[in-house]
Design a protein around this ligand. Structure first.
Ligand code: AMP
Length: 343
């Protein structure tokens, strides 16, 4: 957890010495900070060694702010939590009339996830996937008021399928979210949004290997991958990716978009037998961007998948915030952003 190696790397990248103190508050920090000359850089130790950081303890925030005349926050990925080093410190600096600004990365995040999606060039197409419907249901609800088309993939498909009274076999589902999924489907029907769920899937038979992983969970093996050309999945099978028919429809719609927002893989892309849905969507998004559309990609796993295809440089913007980008898209005020006086 120590930032010491980061200091060495930063010194390498900036071709200049970086001072480092193995604490983030206290006398040593203040003494070193006070001795800095214009242009000097001091990196402090990771604030998360202190429990007071995540508790947003005001006394701790006061201590952090002791060395600050100006506060610049570039941690968009942490902006959805009110922590001492994001929200608390900004409040202290602002109280004594110091300025608190967004850094360049934070500014880009707010521009793309905020301004660009506020008035998107249309058609505005949204692709949502990933493991859980619970993570994204509020985003779907909000985007049903904004998007022209929403394409659903990933394991959240199966919670929607349950809501439609379909069989999901051994697929990953959240039975306690079936009701909200139903409400979302109802809302989609009455909205003007084209809301599409997969019509076919790649399924496989999960077999318990008898081994446990690092977290103590059974390691499963997936056998006999095949196309399941139906909305019902057999009892012994698990849905792993979107199927060829769905892929064809999705990849036909993506090129029509002028703005694309993509969060969440279409399947278990970490296994190459189930990666085609995600990778084909990545290729379509990249090609559509090259043809003039704006594409905004969020979520750690989506970015990982995009990196695997080598297409990261061919999309407009890749967000560094997983949870933060989802909360921002839900329309929440991010405490780390709200605390800034200049954003
Ligand atoms: P998220 O963090 O919610 O975007 O979820 C990303 C994870 O969802 C990836 O690790 C994928 O392997 C996983 N995932 C996508 N589709 C499925 C599926 N059909 N069944 C199980 N996991 C899935």
């Amino acid at each position: 957890m120590s930032l010491r190696p980061v200091a060495a790397k930063l010194a390498d990248m900036l071709h200049r010495p970086i001072a480092f103190v193995d604490d983030c508050v206290g006398e040593k920090v203040e003494k070193t900070a006070n001795a800095l000359k214009p242009g000097d850089i001091l990196l402090l130790e990771n604030v998360r060694y202190y429990a007071e950081e995540e508790a947003n303890d005001p006394v701790f925030a006061e201590k952090l702010a002791r060395v600050a005349e100006v506060f610049v926050n570039d941690a968009f990925g942490a902006a959805h939590r009110a922590h001492a080093s994001t929200e608390g410190v900004a409040r202290v600096v602002a109280k004594r009339s110091g300025r608190c600004a967004a850094g360049l990365l934070m500014e880009r995040e707010l521009t793309f996830l905020g301004d660009e999606l506020e008035n998107p060039a249309r058609p505005f197409l949204v692709i949502l996937g990933g493991a859980k419907v619970s993570d994204k249901i509020k985003v779907i609800d909000r985007l049903l008021e904004k998007a022209d088309t929403i394409l659903i993939g990933g394991a959240m498909t199966y919670t929607f399928r349950l809501a439609l009274g379909r069989k999901v076999g051994k697929s990953l589902v959240e039975p306690d979210r079936v009701e909200v999924a139903s409400a979302t489907l109802e809302k989609a029907k009455t909205s003007n949004v084209q809301f599409l769920l997969p019509v076919d899937n790649i399924v496989a038979t999960p077999v318990n290997t008898g081994r446990l992983n690092k977290k103590g969970k059974p390691v499963m093996e997936f056998q006999n991958p095949r196309v399941n050309d139906s909305l019902d999945i057999p009892d012994t099978e698990e849905g792993m990716d979107i199927g060829p028919q769905t892929l064809k429809t999705y990849c036909g719609l993506i090129p029509q978009a002028k703005t694309i927002l993509w969060n969440g893989p279409m399947g278990v892309f970490e296994d190459k037998r189930f990666s085609e849905g995600t990778f084909a969507v990545a290729r379509a998004v990249a090609a559509t961007t090259q043809a003039g559309a704006k594409s905004i990609i969020g979520g750690g796993d989506t970015v990982k998948a995009l990196n695997l295809t080598g297409l990261t440089g061919r999309v407009t913007f890749v967000s560094t915030g997983g949870g933060a980008s989802l909360e921002f898209l839900e329309g929440n005020v991010l405490p780390g952003v709200a605390a800034l006086s200049d954003r």
